[in-house]
Design a protein around this ligand. Structure first.
Ligand SMILES: Cc1ncc(COP(=O)(O)O)c(C=O)c1O
Length: 443
C-alpha cells in the first residue's frame, strides 16, 4: 500500500483538477464554475470565461474582487506576521482597526470586538447582551437570518433548511413578525402606507410569551437579507428603538449583510438615524478575508469580564490589514455614494421590468441591496410565490454569464448584490440580461 504521506507533492499548477465530488454536498451550490481569479465586478473561470458577479460572494466583495490595494495590504502583512493572537499580543493592523471602527457609527460612544464570522459575532452580541443586562431572553424577527451555529439557528427563521432539522435549539429565544409590506394582509402596500401591525404583534409577544423586563435584547436586520431583501416601512426602526429603550431592552442591529456601504450608508441604521446598543458586522468588512465583530456601547463592553469571550483567531492580523485597506478604498473611491447612485439606477431598471412583467410582484431595495419577488399573478390573490420561475430566471442569467442569488422563505426572490465598485455600464448590462432571462424563463 502506498503511504500517501510520503508521496511527493503533486504540482498543483499542472495536475488535473480533482472531481467536484470531493466537496461534500452540504455546500449547496448555484454554479459549477471553476474560477481562477476575480477582477472588480468579474469572475474569470479557468477556461477564460468572464462572469458578471452580482452575488459579491454573498455580499462580501464590496470593494470588488481582489482590489489591488487590499491585495497589496494582505501580501505585505502576510510576509510579516500571519497570526498574532489577541490574548497574547497587540498588532498594529488590529489597533488601527479597533480605533477606527467605532468612528463609523455616530452616537455611542462605541468600542469594537473582533472575531471571525458573522455567526460568531452574532453569538458575541447575544452573550454580551445577556451578561450586561442580567436578563435571559432574546427576541428576533420572523424571516430573519443570523447564522448557522446553534444559537444563531435558534434566532433564524428565514427558511426551513436553516433550522428545521436541528432541534433541539437553544431556548429563551422568541420571534415576532417583521413588517413585510408587500405581504401585508389586504396588501400589497407601499412601505410609506404600510399597515403591517408589527407593533401590536410585539405587544402580544410581551403579553403571551415573555415579560419585556426579562428580555435582554431584540436583534434585527435593518434590511432583511436571506429572508427576502425586505425593506421596512420608514417609521419602523425609530419606533422599535423607542420601545426597546422604554423597556431597558438592548437593540442589536445585525448589519452583517447591510454594513460597509451596501445600502448607500456606511451602516443601514443611519438611514433612520437610529443608534443601536450593539451592531454586528462581518462580510464587507475585509473584502473576503474572514473577519467579523461587534460595536457595543462602551459601558456594555466594560461589563464583559476578561476571558468570558474570545477565540484563537479573532481579529486575525492579515484580516485586520485587509479591513484597514478596505475602509481606505471605501472612503477614497466614494463607494458609499456609488452604492446609492448605482442602486437607484438598478432599482429604477427593475421597476421598469416590473411594469412589463406581471410575474414580478415586487421590486425593492436600498442602495445596492436589491431584489425582485416572483409570483403567479393569476393565482390566488396574485402574490402566490413562484420558486420554479425564480430558479429558471437564475439559471438563464447564468447561461448569459450573470451571477445572481435567490432569497426568501419560499425561494421566490432574486437578490442582486453587486460590488460597490460596479459601473453604470455593468448595471445596464445586468438589467438587459435579467430581462432576456425573464423572457427565456417564461415570465
Ligand atoms: C444578516 C446576517 N447575519 C449573520 C450572518 C452569518 O454570517 P456568516 O455566514 O459569516 O456566519 C449572515 C450571513 O449571510 C447574515 O446575512
Amino acid at each position: 500500500m502506498v503511504d500517501t504521506a510520503d508521496a511527493p507533492n503533486a504540482d498543483t499548477a499542472t495536475a488535473p483538477l480533482p472531481h467536484h465530488g470531493v466537496v461534500p454536498p452540504v455546500w449547496g451550490r448555484i454554479t459549477d464554475l471553476d474560477v481562477d481569479r476575480g477582477e472588480g465586478s468579474w469572475l474569470i473561470t479557468r477556461d477564460g470565461q468572464r462572469y458578471l458577479d452580482y452575488s459579491s460572494g454573498i455580499g462580501v466583495t464590496n470593494t470588488g474582487h481582489a482590489h489591488p490595494r487590499v491585495a497589496a495590504a494582505v501580501a505585505a502583512q502576510a510576509a510579516k506576521l500571519l497570526h498574532g493572537q489577541q490574548n497574547i499580543l497587540y498588532h498594529e493592523p488590529g489597533l488601527r482597526l479597533y480605533e477606527r471602527l467605532p468612528r463609523l457609527l455616530p452616537g455611542g460612544p462605541y468600542q469594537a470586538f473582533l472575531s471571525n464570522s458573522g455567526a460568531e459575532a452574532v453569538e458575541a452580541s447575544v452573550k454580551l447582551a445577556r451578561v450586561a443586562t442580567g436578563r435571559p431572553a432574546i427576541l428576533a424577527f420572523r424571516y430573519g437570518y443570523h447564522g448557522r451555529t446553534a444559537q444563531t439557528m435558534a434566532l433564524t427563521t428565514a427558511k426551513d433548511v436553516y433550522r428545521a432539522a436541528f432541534e433541539p435549539l437553544p431556548g429563551s429565544v422568541y420571534h415576532t413578525p417583521y413588517p413585510y409590506c408587500y405581504r401585508a394582509p389586504g396588501g400589497p402596500h407601499p412601505p410609506e402606507a404600510c399597515t403591517c401591525d408589527w407593533e401590536a404583534q410585539l405587544d402580544l409577544t410581551f403579553h403571551q410569551f415573555i415579560y419585556p423586563e426579562r428580555v435582554a435584547a431584540i436583534i434585527i436586520e435593518p434590511v432583511l437579507g436571506e429572508g427576502g431583501y425586505i425593506v421596512p416601512p420608514p417609521g419602523f426602526l425609530p419606533r422599535l428603538r423607542e420601545i426597546t429603550a422604554r423597556h431597558g431592552i438592548l437593540l442589536i442591529a445585525d448589519e452583517v449583510q447591510t454594513g460597509f456601504g451596501r445600502t448607500g450608508q456606511m451602516f443601514a441604521v443611519r438611514h433612520w438615524d437610529v443608534e443601536p446598543d450593539i451592531l454586528v458586522m462581518a462580510k464587507g468588512i475585509a473584502s473576503g478575508l474572514p473577519l467579523s465583530g461587534i460595536l457595543a456601547r462602551q459601558e456594555l463592553m466594560a461589563a464583559w469580564k476578561p476571558g468570558t469571550h474570545g477565540g484563537t483567531y479573532g481579529g486575525n492580523v492579515v484580516s485586520c490589514a485587509a479591513a484597514n485597506a478596505t475602509l481606505d478604498v471605501i472612503e477614497d473611491e466614494g463607494l458609499v455614494a456609488n452604492a446609492r447612485e448605482r442602486g437607484a439606477q438598478l432599482l429604477d431598471g427593475l421597476r421598469a421590468l416590473r411594469a412589463r412583467h406581471p410575474a414580478i410582484g415586487d421590486a425593492r431595495g436600498l442602495g445596492l441591496m436589491v431584489a425582485i419577488e416572483l409570483v403567479k399573478p393569476h393565482d390566488g390573490d396574485g402574490r402566490v410565490p413562484d420558486p420554479e420561475l425564480t430558479k429558471r430566471i437564475q439559471a438563464e442569467a447564468l447561461t448569459r454569464k450573470l451571477i445572481v442569488l435567490t432569497a426568501g422563505t419560499y425561494v421566490n426572490v432574486i437578490r442582486i448584490i453587486p460590488p460597490l465598485v460596479t459601473t453604470a455600464d455593468e448595471v445596464d448590462l445586468a438589467l438587459s440580461i435579467l430581462e432576456e432571462s425573464l423572457v427565456a424563463a417564461g415570465a
